[in-house]
Design a protein around this ligand. Structure first.
Ligand SMILES: [Zn+2]
Length: 445
């Protein structure tokens, strides 16, 4: 019965109209009819929410007719607590007045609340992204705070369907109540202005992870897309990582150089994350991590959340192709946009196709084979990238990932881990380490 009440409450925000679907037969029919199914009892404590199945009924029928495995995929997907490690929607909210509660269409608009409900995404780390050109000082910190304020204000105005979260328990509570969870991660360690005090303030304001660098090397950590300055972390960097552990802030190693990655693993007492990176052995890109790094991550107990961005998962971007990309850039250019532009030019010159949803699943599969089922999750980079794989153009397509994994032999228990359970676990482990490092009852909050 609770699910019936839930869907009545959601009718207003879900609005009408199927998303830009690629399975045209379902589009246009019963666009505002949503299937609501009472989910099975919670089979794995803490990894499921018994959520309602909010996919347009006509589309659901078409899928199940195509393959009866879809019924199982949809049951598991909407029952799971599904979490995304990195979405860039707050940048749109601050710069363009993007409304989280409204349904959007068109490229580079991948996520909003109505489509989170439809795609069965229960929560995400909303990236508080600060571009490198804000520098490393008060201006960058102010930019982070302005973005956090905009996000919190919109969430507060939509409290019937979404809430802020800083702990695994809060995520579970919101999911059980049929609401979406908004966590915050700071992208770009330069916004800390090199200050442990600023880190502690931002933690108190809700930041739960820090991506140590963006494309730029900062005063304490080397980035993967800038010239090295410290050969990894310097003393201040090591101190900040320890302070993140003490505060229960996850250490995010997406974007950092390989040396910074290994330095952070050596220092961190808590499991680390890669909030939005993929596998370098499948797609040769410095933003991805190789198999040795995946094994080191597993040893640390951390989680890699696989990025969906085309150049990071495209199976045609082999080492040879990437060598040509770097050659064309004279081996010098580290500007992110120039690198992506060159990748596209080389792709066009060789007639290489774009990535597909199955490429993303290949990366998930590869990371599981190398790091293990407990160390992999989802980190879409929705609203932060301009090119997503065919079949995965926005958040409503997440059930297709679950279906593809099920088809490849993943069990229900495996899927609960990959879709969100592993992310909840690292949050809890970081909370436990923080509690250990703060023996006083008021510490670590
Ligand atoms: Zn990023």
């Amino acid at each position: 019965m609770k699910y019936l009440r839930l869907v009545l409450g959601l009718t207003a925000i879900l609005g009408t109209g199927a998303c830009g679907s690629q399975e045209g037969s379902a589009q246009g029919q019963a666009a505002d009819t949503l299937e609501v199914v009472e989910a099975a009892p919670d089979p794995i404590e803490g990894m499921t929410d018994g959520g309602a199945m909010l996919m347009p009924e006509a589309r659901r029928r078409v899928l199940v007719r195509q393959d009866s495995l879809w019924a199982e995929a949809l049951r598991i997907h909407y029952n799971a607590i599904v979490l995304d490690g990195h979405v860039d929607t707050p940048s749109l909210m601050l710069d363009d007045g993007y409304q989280l509660g409204e349904r959007h269409r068109g490229p580079s608009k991948h996520l909003d609340l109505p489509r989170m409900f439809e795609g069965g995404l229960d929560g995400a780390f909303f990236s508080i992204y600060v571009a490198h050109y804000f520098g490393e000082g008060a201006g960058a910190t102010a930019r982070a705070r302005a973005m956090m304020k905009t996000l919190k204000n919109q969430v507060a105005a939509l409290s019937d369907s979404v809430g802020m979260a800083t702990t695994a328990e809060e995520v579970r509570r919101l999911a059980k109540a049929g609401k979406k969870a908004v966590l915050m991660g700071l992208e770009g360690g330069h916004a800390l202005a090199g200050s442990p005090e600023v880190l502690a303030e931002l933690r108190a304001e809700g930041i739960r992870y820090v991506t140590l660098t963006h494309v730029n090397t900062n005063s304490w950590a080397d980035a993967s897309q800038s010239a090295p300055r410290w050969n990894g972390l310097n003393d201040l960097g090591r101190r900040l990582v320890r302070e993140m552990n003490r505060l229960g802030v996850l250490v995010d190693l997406s974007h950092v150089s390989d040396s910074t990655f290994y330095d952070a693993l050596a220092v961190s007492r808590a499991p680390v994350i890669l909030s939005h990176s993929s596998a370098r052995d499948l797609t040769d890109n410095v933003r991805n991590v190789d198999d040795a790094m995946l094994r080191a991550l597993a040893e640390n107990g951390g989680v890699i959340m696989i990025n969906f961005f085309d150049p990071l998962v495209n199976s045609h971007l082999t080492a040879d192709v990437m060598a040509e990309v770097y050659r064309r850039n004279g081996g010098r250019t580290r500007n992110l946009r120039t690198i992506w532009d060159t990748i596209y030019a080389v792709k066009r010159a060789h007639g290489l196709p774009g990535a597909a949803l199955t490429d993303v699943v290949d990366h998930l599969d590869h990371a599981v084979k190398v790091a293990g089922i407990d160390h992999v999750g989802l980190g879409s980079d929705f609203d932060g990238v301009f090119d997503l794989p065919a079949g995965l153009h926005d958040v409503t397509r997440l059930p297709w990932i679950t279906y593809e994994l099920l088809k490849r032999g993943y069990t229900e228990a495996d899927l609960y881990k990959l879709l969100g359970g592993n992310t909840l676990r690292v949050l809890e482990e970081a909370e436990r380490v923080a509690a250990e490092m703060n023996p006083s009852p008021t510490g670590g909050a």
